[in-house]
Design a binder for this molecule. Structure first.
Ligand code: ADP
Length: 380
């Protein structure tokens, strides 16, 4: 199989004209970096969000042009507003430190994903705290409440849902030739991950706009409907990419995962502030790897002291959703693609996750039924 080069893709895109008809999109300088991962191709068209409608056919044509290249599998092409590093430049969709001015008063249903009632983010101030493990088991806990649940892995730095659910392969079109893809399925959940498009160990360099366009495409071109809750596993941290995601995704709420160490709690506070800045309700904090239960003696060891996260949550004015122990079974089952809530539903740990899930659901009820309006979604 011939390897695909960025040049080949760029050449193919030269056949696609910008809406004014005068220049092609490559010469117009609006094609982002082109990312090639195996046989899959990803790129974005950086445009003024005001022109999003006019550019949709161009985006579709660009996608088609790339799909027509021999050896190319899936193509993710998306419209994005290039993030300007300097505030105020052109007034484009740069993330800002303050909520956007009055959007859709009363939480009107002008934004969001059709057929998806609520989108929630699972986030952490830093990597390796068990965010993905929590997202997966929280989603299963929500499903055990009788809800229809999906999970979207937006952790571009380390997509882990394929592994956590033991899934391989790629989502298929809902019908031949359709742009819409069926989500993957496991344990009754609908699942999509950037990891189905990019191999877990393929290094991909993501630039800001690409991150958002990949997420937008996974929200708008996956047949999610009907879902009560879509759980989004966010990339760890509180940088620009995360802020943009938090701001531009129509989130009904966020759950923050932290370990009990002080340092991690400082990170958790950063996560909390990030969501508050963009006006997303924080549903609460989960303390992961909270205590250690010795598998030999059954004794509970509170390595990091007890109640730290709960007290901190109180101080920060946010709900404490629960404490999950550091337990080898959680890790082993995760690594085997059999998350504990699904594979050992009667275990104590599964019970803890279900309790967290019901608190999250309760919090969502309190926030009301509609998704928060997204300020600057520019995809169709
Ligand atoms: P993140 O998404 O924050 O990077 P992961 O969910 O991938 O973190 O977890 C990192 C590692 O820690 C994984 O190997 C996972 O199985 C393990 N892990 C997560 N939570 C627990 C837990 N409560 N007990 C034991 N291992 C855990």
């Amino acid at each position: 199989m011939a390897t695909i080069s960025k040049e080949t893709v760029r050449d193919a895109l030269k056949a696609v004209m910008a809406p004014d008809g005068g220049t092609d999109i490559v010469s117009a300088g609006i094609v982002s970096e082109i990312v090639i991962a195996g046989e899959n191709v990803m790129f974005a068209l950086n445009i003024d969000p005001n022109n999003a409608k006019a550019f949709e056919p161009v985006r579709a044509a660009a996608q088609q042009a790339a799909e027509g290249i021999e050896g190319v599998g899936k193509v993710m092409a998306a419209l994005t507003a290039e993030k300007k590093p300097t505030p105020g430049a052109n007034g484009n969709a740069a993330p800002t430190a303050s909520p956007s001015p009055a959007q859709a008063p009363g939480g009107a249903k002008n934004a969001g994903v059709p057929g998806v009632d609520r989108i929630i983010a699972v986030a952490s101030g830093k990597g390796g705290v068990g965010k993905s493990t929590t997202a997966v088991n929280l989603a299963l806990g929500l499903a055990s409440l009788g809800l229809k649940v999906g999970v979207l892995d937006a952790d571009i730095y380390g997509p882990s849902l394929p592994r956590l659910f033991g899934l391989t392969g790629q989502p298929q079109p809902v019908s031949p030739g359709s742009r819409m893809l069926e989500p993957m399925q496991a344990y009754g959940l609908k699942i999509m991950s950037i990891g189905f498009m990019v191999e877990e160990d393929t290094p991909v360099i993501w630039r800001g706009p690409m991150v958002m366009s990949a997420l937008q495409q996974m929200l708008s071109e996956i047949a999610w409907a009907e879902l009560d809750v879509l759980v989004v596993d966010m990339p760890p941290g509180t940088g620009d990419a995360q802020l943009t995601m938090a701001q531009q995704t129509p989130l009904a709420g966020a759950v923050i995962v932290s370990t009990p160490q002080d340092l991690a709690l400082i990170d958790a506070r950063k996560g909390l502030n990030m969501f508050r800045r963009v006006d997303v309700p924080v549903l609460g904090i989960v303390e992961n790897m909270s205590y250690f239960v010795c598998s030999k003696c059954g004794e509970r060891h509170e390595i990091f002291g007890h109640g730290g996260a709960e007290n901190e949550a109180l101080k920060m004015g946010v709900n404490f959703l629960g404490a999950v122990p550091l337990d080898v079974e959680i890790r082993q089952r995760s690594d085997a693609g059999q998350p504990i809530v699904a594979s050992a539903p009667d275990s104590e740990h599964a019970g803890i996750y279900r309790e967290i899930a019901s608190k999250v659901w309760g919090g969502l009820q309190a926030e009301g039924p509609t998704q928060r309006a997204a300020p600057t979604i520019i995809m169709e």
